[in-house]
Design a protein around this ligand. Structure first.
Ligand code: FAD
Length: 320
């Protein structure tokens, strides 16, 4: 989807609001604004607590969807906070295990230590991988801005040689991804392919365009040629239609993955056609940034956000 000039300005303005910690703090401390924004966030975030995330996960799982679950957070700058985030992921896995929710656990490495020290991120990742193994769950590492790609892939490669149930996300928009994927296909693990959410320098990336869509599909096909597990993570129905035409979803290790609250209609249609669909759920108190990003990346979401503030959010799981 290429944004118009006005939408691009809106996206940039919202992203700068999202980065402004004073505004975030103001909203979070305002007894009027906080509940209002929280109503809009409810469309995209299951709630502030683990219990809410797991309850929505169980509902969607009943309907035949696979689940990814994330405790929202990124760029944690203190060791103790990284440890607390890792502990929350461990507790979440134990809760999923006890409730028989066969979820995938998704997270940013910068939430569990990468921004402090890559060794700390690796240590926490290995601990989480051991816990995931205990409950037969899998882990999926998100991909962050290009300045972190090398560190994320280094930590991933070290961990996946010990634990095969870990995957990593790659961004089709980065030119380097073609080479990164070829290398990762020689490792165990799994890959999630996304177009890429970060604004990157011009020379490093392919902007939203047909060229990017073609690259995205080329990467999916490379995984298939190597019989490599791949999650096609997009809300772009045209991409799904084209991949279906090319027979890509006839392989059991290829799935579609969409964020909670976004295009539940596409999720339903894909599932009806027999495509395995995974819904990515989030919970936690850091929902403000997540909400602003969902609106910035697709400006028409502002209509739903304002309607939800006024009327309260509809029953989102019922839309699936
Ligand atoms: P676009 O080209 O952006 O849009 C195509 C069409 O999809 C639009 O016309 C519209 O119909 C629909 N659409 C797109 N976004 C929305 C929306 N917010 N609301 C409603 N409709 C929409 N990015 C990273 O950089 N790192 C990650 O680790 C990462 N993990 C992700 C995990 C999952 C499961 C998903 C689905 C996305 C993830 N992303 C990640 C975000 C991704 O990179 C894209 O920025 C995002 O998915 C938008 O691109 P798109 O492929 O959906 O299509």
């Amino acid at each position: 989807m290429e944004l118009s000039y006005a939408e691009k300005r809106f996206e940039n303005a919202l992203k700068s609001v999202a980065r402004n910690l004073d505004i975030k703090e103001y909203v979070q401390n305002s007894k009027d604004l906080y509940p209002l924004f929280q109503r809009s966030a409810k469309r995209f975030v299951t709630g502030e607590t683990r219990e809410e995330g797991i309850a929505v996960g169980a509902q969607l799982s009943e309907k035949g969807y696979d689940i990814s679950l994330e405790f929202i957070g990124e760029n944690t700058m203190e060791r103790e906070a990284c440890r607390q985030a890792k502990d929350e992921f461990v507790t979440m896995m134990q809760a999923c295990g006890h409730q028989n929710l066969r979820s995938r656990i998704s997270f940013d490495l910068s939430h569990i230590g990468l921004s402090v020290d890559p060794e700390l991120a690796l240590e926490h990742l290995l601990e989480m991988a051991a816990e995931a193994e205990r409950y037969d769950l899998s882990l999926m590492i998100s991909m962050e801005e290009s300045g972190k790609t090398d560190d994320i892939l280094e930590v991933y490669k070290k961990a996946v040689t010990q634990y095969e149930h870990i995957g990593v996300t790659l961004q089709a928009q980065l030119h380097r991804t073609l080479d990164d994927l070829q290398e990762l296909l020689t490792y165990p693990g799994a890959v999630r392919l996304v177009k890429g959410a970060y604004q990157e320098p011009e020379e490093l990336h392919i902007p939203r365009s047909e060229t990017l869509d073609e690259r995205f599909m080329e990467l999916v096909q490379l995984c298939i040629q190597a019989d490599f597990p791949v999650s096609v993570a997009s809300h772009d129905e045209t991409i799904y239609q084209q991949l279906m035409k090319r027979g890509c979803f006839e392989h059991s290790y290829v799935e579609a993955e969409l964020l909670y609250g976004i295009r539940p209609d596409v999720c339903r249609r894909l599932k009806e056609k027999g495509v395995p669909v995974r819904v990515y759920l989030t919970y936690g108190q850091e929902w403000y940034l997540y909400l602003v990003h969902r609106i910035a990346e697709y400006p028409p979401n502002i209509y739903a956000a304002i309607t939800d503030m006024i009327e309260g959010v509809e029953d989102i799981p019922a839309l699936y």
